[in-house]
Design a protein around this ligand. Structure first.
Ligand SMILES: Cc1cc2nc3c(=O)[nH]c(=O)nc-3n(C[C@H](O)[C@H](O)[C@H](O)COP(=O)(O)OP(=O)(O)OC[C@H]3O[C@@H](n4cnc5c(N)ncnc54)[C@H](O)[C@@H]3O)c2cc1C
Length: 461
């Protein structure tokens, strides 16, 4: 199977040629998957589309532990949800999962699953953030060590959640400082970058002494993780979160970009994430792309639709402020199309100075990206790649991978206790995706029926 995959890759990677052929997301590539895997995917995706399971996930887990005992309940989770969406607990288990993905031309995008409520006051204190920093540094090492585990090589990418290294409270405070009329010039990316380099006490007048100390410690953690990632040739994709935090996160990314995204140094090493469901995203993306090129910096973007729709709307309603999100799903789709077009044009103009991850399970978005890549002459395995979550939309990922595109699966890993709360939160944020997995169930059922009816001779087990 590996040889077949490799041959497909070697013959199709590189500049597009011939006519553009739309990829077929008809589950044809499921023949690469084992029957056991397909059955688990079908069961788990159907279960996850059942709203009470997602809403009361944590309570159900606690209840099953009491009723079945933690060993049996753990085994049940490992055989189902954990097994479907998580790579494993140990580096060896992660390596095994990545090796399997490699045989079907998919690459890893490791994500350390760290949970914190946006308003949590519990997990403050530098020790908690220092612990997270160590986990991030280990994740960089693991990401690097997976290169060439099997399957295609290419850029090594990893997700970075900034609020694991700095408190959401500080990010909120910084966001409101940034948004004040005549925002303080003290909060320029240049000044933050200097403070990162010197490690000396940064003083920002709108922050308290304690917050200034936490900001300095956070800058130093960010600097250490990027320094380590740069040395290991791992590119960091910073997650976007809530609009109450994003301006602060973007300021930190801009400061890091000044130090680490020089094109001559092989940048971009730090990418930002843009959420198309926000009304101002297209304009911000255009401005940031132009500013990066003016400053001679490479620019890296993970383009998503956005995961926090319900919360954003709840908060806007609660505070009587304008809803920052697009009015409906079609408006978000339209915004995604415009952002994608903007970024693909940027890539075609700036080549490797501009990198894009099309992080979406949406078939129309993937078709748009592949068609425009062909029209603009962007190589299949160049500065544009695709991203999907592990265990989701494999019919899309496999078809892309088989055609020679660079496809990354976002992979959480860790112990059951660490990962299950994270997974349940992600499932709550991605309810619409899980409900929309209907097409995936149909394709999975079709493939399983084909095998059970005896037409699947030679299918992997
Ligand atoms: C590799 C990867 C990394 C990711 N990183 C991030 C990240 O850093 N930050 C983040 O926020 N998300 C992130 N996501 C999640 C992403 O934002 C989406 O929630 C998820 O991918 C679903 O969108 P879609 O394009 O795949 O599919 P679709 O199912 O086509 O779109 C669903 C999305 O459409 C939007 N939508 C649905 N209904 C409405 C409505 N009524 N009005 C307006 N908009 C609506 C929402 O954004 C919803 O999530 C990531 C996803 C992937 C695959």
């Amino acid at each position: 199977m590996m040889l077949r995959t490799c041959r497909a890759l070697c013959s199709q990677a590189g500049p597009p040629s011939g006519d553009w052929q739309p990829l077929r997301f008809d589950g044809g590539a499921f023949h690469l998957k084992g029957t056991r895997e397909l059955t688990r995917a079908l069961l788990v995706l159907r279960l996850c589309a059942w709203p009470p399971l997602v809403t009361h996930g944590l309570a159900l887990q606690a209840w099953s532990q009491r009723l079945l005992g933690s060993r049996f309940s753990g085994a049940l989770l490992r055989a189902s949800i954990y097994g479907q969406f998580v790579a494993g607990e140990t580096p060896e288990e992660v390596r095994g999962c990545v090796q399997q993905l490699g045989t079907v031309s998919l690459r890893p995008l490791l994500a350390v699953p760290i949970e914190e409520e946006p308003d949590s006051a519990v997990k403050t204190g530098e020790a908690w953030y220092e612990g997270n920093l160590s986990a991030m540094l280990r994740c960089v090492d693991l990401s690097r060590s997976l290169l060439g585990t099997s399957g295609p090589t290419g850029n090594v990418l990893m997700q970075l959640k900034v609020t694991a290294l700095t408190s959401t409270r500080l990010c909120k405070e910084l966001t409101s400082c940034i948004q004040r009329p005549g925002a303080s010039p003290e909060l320029s990316p240049e000044r933050l970058a200097e403070a990162m380099d010197s490690g000396r006490g940064l003083q920002v007048s709108c922050l308290s002494t304690e917050q200034n100390q936490h900001l300095q410690a956070s800058l130093s953690r960010l600097q250490r993780v990027v320094q380590h990632a740069r040395a290991r040739h791992v590119r960091l994709l910073v997650d976007a979160e809530y609009t109450s935090l994003n301006p602060a996160l973007s300021l930190l990314v801009a400061a890091l970009a000044l130090r680490w995204n020089s094109f001559r140094e092989g940048g971009p090493w730090v990418w930002n994430t843009y959420q198309a469901y926000l009304k101002d995203t297209h304009e911000r993306l255009r401005r940031d792309a132009e500013a990066a090129h003016r400053a001679g910096l490479a620019f890296g973007v993970k383009l998503v639709r956005g995961a926090y729709l319900d919360k954003e709307r709840e908060v806007a309603q609660l505070h009587g402020t304008n809803d920052p999100t697009q009015p409906d799903y079609e408006a978000t789709n339209q915004s995604y199309r415009r952002c994608l077009e903007l970024m693909l044009t940027q890539v075609s103009q700036h080549g490797p100075g501009c990198h894009l991850m099309v992080a979406s399970h949406n078939e129309e978005s993937v078709h748009q990206a592949t068609r425009r890549m062909w029209e603009l002459g962007i190589p299949l395995d160049g500065p544009v790649c695709f991203g999907q979550l592990l265990g989701m939309c494999d019919h899309v990922s496999l078809a892309l991978g088989q055609a020679g595109y660079a496809v990354y699966k976002s992979i959480p890993y860790g112990s059951l206790e660490e990962v299950i709360p994270y997974l349940i939160r992600r499932a709550q944020e991605n309810r619409s995706v899980l409900r929309g997995a209907r097409r995936e169930w149909e394709l999975l059922s079709q493939e399983l029926r084909r095998r059970l009816l005896g037409q699947g001779l030679g299918a992997p087990r």
